[in-house]
Ligand binder design. Sequence first.
Ligand SMILES: Nc1nc2c(ncn2[C@@H]2O[C@H](COP(=O)(O)OP(=O)(O)OP(=O)(O)O)[C@@H](O)[C@H]2O)c(=O)[nH]1
Ligand SMILES: [Mg+2]
Length: 343
Amino acid sequence: MEMGILGLPQSGKSTLFEIMTGVKIGAHHNEAVVRGQASVPDERFDKLVEIYKPVKATPAKVPFADVHAVGEHPWEAIRQNLSGTDGILHVVDGFSLPDVQLSIEAYRKLEDELLLSDLLIIEKKMEKLAKMPRKAIPTQEAAQNELLPRLKDCLEAGKPLRMAGLTPAEIFTLKSFSFWTIKPELVVVNVAEDNLVFTDQFATEAKLTEPVMGICCKIEAELAGLDAADQKEFLVSMNIAEPAFGRIIRAAFSLLGRISFFTVGEDEVKAWVIPKETKAPKAAGAIHNDFERGFIKAEIMSYDDFIAHSGSAAQVKSAGRLRLEGKEYIVQDGDIITFRFNI
Ligand SMILES: Nc1nc2c(ncn2[C@@H]2O[C@H](COP(=O)(O)OP(=O)(O)OP(=O)(O)O)[C@@H](O)[C@H]2O)c(=O)[nH]1
Ligand SMILES: [Mg+2]
């Protein structure tokens, strides 16, 4: 799982990457791509840490990749380094020119490049197939090929492939193409500090189906440089409940279709990252392969029950709210789990 950061030159990609991950680009200035992990802010996790006061606290993380694409073939560097990512964070410059239409144009300029890139791949493939006798086409490719005309129509209508109405199985079938516009996308408008309403104007006028969020990277970069107490004061003085970068990380996390479950104890409180709709044994496997192989049961408290019973596992149990779930149980976001296994 990884989120690739894309955007036109000088839109604020690296600034946002640094704010979210804490990784300083300067230390990696020779590298074409810099990777880092962003902690997902989660009030539930903070509360569990407050209750257990563990030796170690490990929040959920989202990996981000920032490409330093300069020189004559920036597109190649981007393709090489980001084609394997699962989602796109598209940064739009909303600070250098205070004109919503220009920002929308800038957004479309890059989106059109991505559409065109996908279209070229499809056309090339269709051309190649047209020259081949039907029998020579490997059967495993046939399923892919049947979808191509539909994808081509979608792109030619100016729509990204994520709007082609593909089923998860079809998306899986097409994985080897590494299409850009099939990936889920989060649009982040980097606004000027005195123009926070710009994002709403952008969203209203651009009428995108993708989620749009705003941030002023300049302010938040300053914020990231302060210690926790000063950060709080700064936020209060700016009348901001939560820094935008935290909301952006959370949005990226859910865009990638991830949820977290918790394991708790005095040693460690940890948020484990799993795809939505994961069954209990697979979730156990996120902790250790042996947990999956030897899975017996999952002992589960919901976070809400735990809090409603004063943060006491014993009270949850005596109230009959501790559940024992088997192999078919689908783990829910916020479940607090102890796995029983046999190895
Ligand atoms: N005024 C203002 N300047 C910003 C903001 N965000 C970034 N910048 C400035 O814009 C310039 C580019 O920022 P970067 O984060 O390096 O942008 P980038 O998209 O990574 O640039 P490239 O990797 O070169 O394409 C820097 O000089 C930043 O200080 C912002 O919110 N407001
Ligand atoms: Mg950069």
